[in-house]
Design a protein around this ligand. Sequence first.
Ligand SMILES: Cc1ncc(COP(=O)(O)O)c(C=O)c1O
Length: 401
Amino acid sequence: MSAEARAINFGAGPSALPESVLEETAKGLLNFAGTGIGIAEISHRSKEFTAFVRNLESLIREQLDVPPTHHILFTQGGGSGQFSAVVLNMLARHRLLRPELAEEDRVMDYVVTGSWSKKAAEEARRLGGGRVNVVADGRKHSPDGKSFNNIPPAEAFTFSEDPALIYYCENETVDGVEFAHAPGPTAFPFERLPKTGLIPLVADYSSSFMSRPIPRLADHAIIYAGAQKNIGPAGLTILIVRQDCVVDVDAAAKLGAVPTPITMSYKTLVDSGSLYNTPSVLAIYMTGLVIERMKSLGGVPYFEQVNKNKAEKVYAVLKEGEAKGKLRGKVQEGSGSWMNIVFDVLGEGEEAKFLSGAEARALKGLKGHRSVGGIRVSLYNAVSEQQTDKLVDYIREFIGQ
Ligand SMILES: Cc1ncc(COP(=O)(O)O)c(C=O)c1O
């Protein structure tokens, strides 16, 4: 297929990648860094590849302003792998700090604002080793009592005194709910966190990583993301881990903590420079190319502005559609995501009509997640403002009928 025949991909992940990166990847598949060996064929221990990994790490550090207190690590297993890994590593850390606590007194705080944080909390319950406390649940603040359509008010957040971890998902990809980055009623209530010691704050940034700066990054214990939304293909998981969360998981297990598989231990990743076992070489390569391109365009601040413009345009046309009684946004004002905008098309058969009209214009990936239905527009970094304009024009045409 020629580049001209490519569709505009609004899919939620795996998702659009810049064409220049795909072309560069094709070259790297034949000959990586002048070695005469393709990137999918070269040893992950070769000096060329290890240099590439170290450079990727420093590009991320630079663009997100990650302080020296935090490691940048690469692993596999996706966001779901981290649902387990954060629990195991943070329970191990807590066990070493508070070995005397009984299981029911070892608490893991979860903020549940959508399908992904709900799943993360379920995994924590499944693994055991501590009790899950739901700090706030978005469903309780929705009109029907069962929809994830809002960020709960700050007063609803009641954190435990000394939890093993405090978990939140910054952007809920399925439900389109996101914490605001500017201070205000839908920002993460950092001011309500426990005041003592280093806060074990864990954030799932899977669907907004490197789309804009991370508020209060240095106050987080762990931030993680799968690459397959904004910065690469599936297969690579990126972690930002504060030094105090890199613990001897085996020493903790001897004290009774749930054992941590060796590849999930953050200490293993730190000690091996993220190369304990064979990493996802190709995914790392493509992510590196994306991030180099990001830097050449102006880095995270540039993408923040473009992403803001894109989201504002889609929310504006959604408002027009609501005024005409054709569309209905699913998320409360102030809680809407920049990355995944979700709405219903009103009227019998209208959604199918909307989707087939979009398809005819090569606007793809718009169907909402199978669990919630409706329409979802994902506007990750590789979707340009011009491409977004095409979708906005189509929506305007559709609601004008
Ligand atoms: C916010 C969020 N967290 C976690 C996941 C799960 O990630 P993975 O499919 O990489 O396991 C996803 C996947 O879409 C996600 O959007």
